[in-house]
Every structure is written in structure tokens, then in C-alpha cells.
Design a protein around this ligand. Structure first.
Ligand code: ADP
Ligand code: MG
Length: 533
């Protein structure tokens, strides 16, 4: 989260009215004539006397308000007024919509591949690609819910397990999480089965003709039934969940393997953000998962990988690559019209009726379309615009709220990117800021390097070579924090001209909040000295 001091320009707005409460004196004599109005017979009664009927007081809202004014708390002001949202949760990323406009094709493709599971066969592995916010996670979750519901309806054993590899990012954790989930599922499965069998056992023991009762079952005698119940009870005892750390990986793998193979079923493992897993821990997990089917006896595993990075298979072992990519589905970015439909749909449940002025959704859609067609960004914009309108206490969400929301989100992003830069990059960026603050135009790499060097010396940090600093500048450029263009200096060769592309003050504040960079107490003197030379 970005620091609170930045990016919340409106934080004082909420208390706009609370200043009045102190200024107003309590409603005594000056408000008394308002209390008594129609009959005129109570003109000398002060607001607090017991002579007034309760009903009269209730009718006179204004006096009530002022009487309350003195005790108004932090939240009263904010609660006042019509709320804008009907259900804000609908706009949050955690909400899974039941309708996904403009993803029918991708959803149908997934379903066509996965329907095999409902026929008891192993579906091909699927690899899903697409930039962030193109609806991959939402579609995959939607399909997996449908798949599980249908499998229950037709009593075909099929289970889907979803893992977010951005959170669960090592082979150990992925396998441990899978093992524990399947152990849990097995336990439920056994408990249900035991219930059925115990009921059967009771009927058998009550019946005069047990053989007839057992005829349609897999048991040829009451003893066999008894044995099976005992086995299941033992199995239930034996499951040993994997601890979060500490076991050798092969033990985790075999626990997972045994748990999956415990009974006949098709298992679909969804690995979301699979590129993060590969980036962090290599492709061993995928290798192990993709060769399981040749060894499983009862069950079958199918993998659905979801990646934000279109090129991530380049890093895979060729065997893994061909196995994982049996089927590929691409999620293209949304265009502005599609984003409009998506927003329209959500807005209907998220906001109270007639709250959005007509430009709001098209503008959110247009901004997000520029942001590689990111539906998440579109929804963030709409939610933030609503929140800003709420803080302004306007009755409608307007275009200006969307523009403000866009700025706020953009600033939050910058703050987050800058905050998480390595110290060396922060120093390079700070050097650039100091130069800009001192009115230097056409800042070049050499100038940045000189200031950077002084900063490093000041706070006792290793000085990188100018070449490395040039690389760091290019990285800052790629992150959109600075804009560096190569300019030719004729026979003196080429240099880079560097400009800050983010708001200076906010960025400087984030840099100085870093404990190391913050040690540069006052950099002005030596920046100045540099120009004096
Ligand atoms: P990805 O996984 O591709 O990064 P998500 O599936 O998380 O994207 O989608 C981002 C946000 O946009 C989520 O809140 C999701 O519900 C919403 N969203 C994406 N596509 C659609 C769509 N076609 N219809 C409705 N909401 C969508
Ligand atoms: Mg996703």
C-alpha cells in the first residue's frame, strides 16, 4: 500500500462541515421561536423544556440537527447523505461475476476441452495466455464452478483445484497445498462413504436375508462389508497432512500423489499466474505434474496453466512445453466498447439507480483501453470515481470524478513502483530529481552520474560505474518513471537526455521515506556546488 500521506488529496474534505459544530452555540433562546411554530403559544419555551410534545420535536428537523451538532462524531458527516453505492463489493477484484461478456468464445473453448472430464477421460492440458485484466482468472473460475456443479449433477467424479502461484510460489508450497487439499477431499469422501456403508450395515443386521440386500452391492458377504468399513476407518487415520516447511520435496510429492490417486476421478489443477512460479522456482513443478498420468492408477490429472506473460514457455523444458501447451487459448485485450459493456453490467448492481452521469462509463472504458484493455483498471476507475463522489458528497458520479480517479490510481502506481525500487535506482532517480529541482534542462547521463556519486558518498553506499548507472536509467525509463531519449552530440558522440515523467514532489517524498535515501539530509549545497564549479 502507498503511504497515506500521498495520493489522498481529499482527506480533509470529509470534515468539511464539522467546523460548524464548534462555531454554533447550542440551540437555546435563538432557536426557540422556530420550535414553536404553528400555534405560537410556545414562543417562550427553550428548546430543551419538557413542555413540547415529542411529535412536535420530530417534525422540526432543523432544530434536531442543531441539537445534535455538538455531539457529531467522526462518522456522522460521512454517513449523511444518500449513499452512492448499492453494493461496492461487485466492483472489487475478489468478486467473481456470473456473466462475462466478450469472453464467450474463450469460455466455450475451455468447456469443449474440459467436458472430456465429465465423460471420465483425461482432458488435454490447457495453457491460457493474456495480459492482466483480460478476464483469465474470472473465466477460469467460472468454468471450474460449472464443471464441478455438472460433475455433481451427473455423479461423475471430477474435481478442480485452483492455485494462485503468485502467492504459492515454490514447488514445495504448490505440492503441499495440493496434497493437503486432496487429503481434505479424501476425508470428506471417506466420511460420506462410511455413512452410506454404516447405514447398509445396519440394514443388513436388521434384515432376515442379508444376502439379498447385498446382492446389488460390491460386497458378497456381511464380513466383506465389515472389512471394507474397517479399511476406510484406517485410511481416515492414516492421512498425514504436509507441514508448511520441513519435509523433503519427494516426500511432499509422494503424499500428494497418493492423495490424488486415492480413488477414481479426474482432477483439473488450475495454476494461475504460472509464469510467476516458473520465474521464481523453475519448471520442476510443471515437469512433475505433467508426467504424473503415466504413473497414476486410479485417477487422472489435467493441468490448466494461466499466464500473463506471453513468452513464458520460452523458459520451459521442451517436454514440459509440449505437454502443457497441448491446447492454447488466448485472451486478447478488451477494446473500449467491450469495456463499456463490462462496466455497464457491473454498474447496474454496484450503484444506486441513476447515480452515474452518462459520460462516466465511456470515460472509464476509454482510460482503461489505453491501459492495454485492462478490465481490472476499468473497474478500479469506476469504483474510485464513486468513492471520490461519495467524499465530495455529490449526488451523482461525474466525469471529473473519473479524471481524478485516473490521477489517483496513476499516482498510487508510481508511488508503489518507486517505493519498491532498489536503493541504487532510488539514488539515480533522486539525483535526477535534484537536478530538475535546480532548474537544469536537458539533463544528461554524466550530470546524473556526478550527483549520484556525491549522494552515494554522503550516505556511504557503493558507487556503481557510469555504465551501470546508464542501465539503471534505462530501467527507470521502461518503468515509465523517467523519459530518456538518445540525442546525438555530433562528433562528441551521443548522450541521453533525461526527464522526469512522474510528479516531482510526490516522488521525492517517497524516495526520502526510504531509510537509506532519507539519510541525505540536505543535498542542496553540493548540488549547488556542482554548478558553481
Ligand atoms: P486476469 O486474470 O486476466 O488478470 P481477471 O479475470 O482477474 O483478469 O479480471 C480482472 C477484473 O475484471 C476482475 O474483477 C474480473 O471480474 C473483471 N472482468 C474481466 N473480464 C470480464 C468480463 N468479460 N466481464 C465482466 N468482468 C470481467
Ligand atoms: Mg488473473
Amino acid at each position: 500500500m502507498p503511504p497515506q500521506s500521498i495520493g489522498s488529496p481529499d482527506e480533509t474534505k470529509g470534515s468539511k462541515n464539522s467546523g460548524q459544530s464548534g462555531a454554533n452555540s447550542p440551540p437555546t433562546s435563538d432557536t426557540s421561536d422556530r420550535v414553536s411554530d404553528p400555534g405560537g403559544d410556545m414562543s417562550d419555551v427553550d428548546g430543551f423544556s419538557g413542555d413540547i410534545e415529542l411529535d412536535d420535536l420530530d417534525l422540526d428537523a432543523e432544530t434536531d440537527d442543531e441539537a445534535d451538532e455538538a455531539s457529531r462524531g467522526l462518522f456522522d458527516d460521512l454517513l449523511e447523505g444518500e449513499p452512492i453505492f448499492e453494493n461496492k463489493e461487485v466492483l472489487r477484484p475478489s468478486y467473481t461475476p456470473h456473466k462475462l461478456p466478450h469472453r464467450e468464445e474463450q469460455i466455450n473453448n475451455m468447456a469443449t476441452i474440459l467436458v472430456t472430464a465429465l465423460r471420465g477421460d483425461t482432458p488435454s492440458n490447457i495453457l491460457i495466455y493474456g495480459k492482466t485484466g483480460t478476464g483469465k482468472t474470472a473465466s477460469a473460475k467460472f468454468v471450474s464452478e460449472e464443471l464441478e456443479t455438472t460433475s455433481q449433477k451427473y455423479e461423475v467424479p471430477c474435481e478442480v483445484q485452483y492455485i494462485n502461484c503468485e502467492v504459492t510460489d515454490t514447488q514445495y508450497r504448490v505440492l503441499a497445498q495440493l496434497a493437503n487439499k486432496f487429503i481434505e477431499k479424501n476425508e470428506t469422501y471417506i466420511e460420506n462413504r462410511l455413512e452410506e456403508l454404516e447405514a447398509l450395515r445396519e440394514r443388513v443386521s436388521d434384515s432376515g436375508d442379508p444376502d439379498a440386500l447385498l446382492e446389488d452391492t460390491e460386497f458378497d458377504s456381511p464380513g466383506a462389508l465389515e472389512d471394507h468399513i474397517a479399511t476406510l476407518e484406517d485410511d481416515l487415520e492414516e492421512f498425514d497432512p504436509v507441514p508448511m516447511t520441513g519435509w523433503p520435496t519427494d516426500r511432499v510429492y509422494s503424499t500428494f500423489f497418493d492423495a490424488v490417486d486415492y480413488h477414481e476421478r479426474v482432477v483439473v489443477i488450475m495454476l494461475d499466474e504460472i509464469d510467476k512460479l516458473v520465474e521464481k522456482s523453475g519448471d520442476d513443478t510443471l515437469y512433475n505434474l505433467s508426467r504424473m498420468n503415466s504413473e497414476l492408477e486410479n485417477s487422472r490429472v489435467s493441468i490448466m496453466g494461466i499466464s500473463n506473460d506471453l513468452k513464458f514457455t520460452d523458459f520451459l523444458d521442451p517436454r514440459v512445453k509440449s505437454s502443457l501447451g497441448e491446447e492454447e487459448i488466448v485472451f486478447p485485450p478488451y477494446d473500449a466498447t467491450q469495456l463499456r459493456d463490462i462496466l455497464q453490467h457491473r454498474a447496474e448492481t454496484a450503484f444506486k439507480p441513476e447515480i452515474l452521469t452518462e459520460d462516466v462509463i465511456p470515460l472509464c472504458a476509454a482510460f482503461a483501453a489505453q491501459e492495454h484493455g485492462d478490465a481490472r483498471r476499468a473497474l478500479d476507475l469506476l469504483r474510485t470515481a464513486g468513492e471520490l463522489a461519495e467524499r465530495d458528497r455529490t449526488e451523482t458520479v461525474e466525469e471529473k470524478h473519473v479524471r481524478k480517479a485516473q490521477q489517483k490510481i496513476e499516482l498510487d502506481r508510481v508511488v508503489e513502483v518507486v517505493r519498491t525500487l532498489p536503493t541504487q535506482s532510488k539514488l539515480v532517480l533522486y539525483a535526477t530529481i535534484l537536478l530538475e529541482k535546480n532548474g537544469v534542462h536537458n539533463i544528461n547521463t554524466g550530470e546524473v552520474f556526478n550527483i549520484y556519486k556525491r549522494l552515494c558518498q554522503e550516505i556511504d553506499v557503493d558507487v556503481l560505474t557510469q555504465r551501470r548507472v546508464t542501465d539503471l536509467i534505462s530501467e527507470l525509463d521502461m518503468l515509465g518513471i523517467v523519459n530518456a531519449i538518445v540525442v546525438s552530440k555530433g562528433r562528441y558522440g551521443r548522450t541521453k537526455e533525461i526527464k522526469l515523467s512522474v510528479p516531482l514532489d510526490e516522488t521525492e517524498a517517497v524516495l526520502l521515506s526510504d531509510s537509506r535515501v532519507g539519510e541525505v539530509e540536505d543535498a542542496q549545497p553540493f548540488v549547488q556546488a556542482r554548478f558553481d564549479n
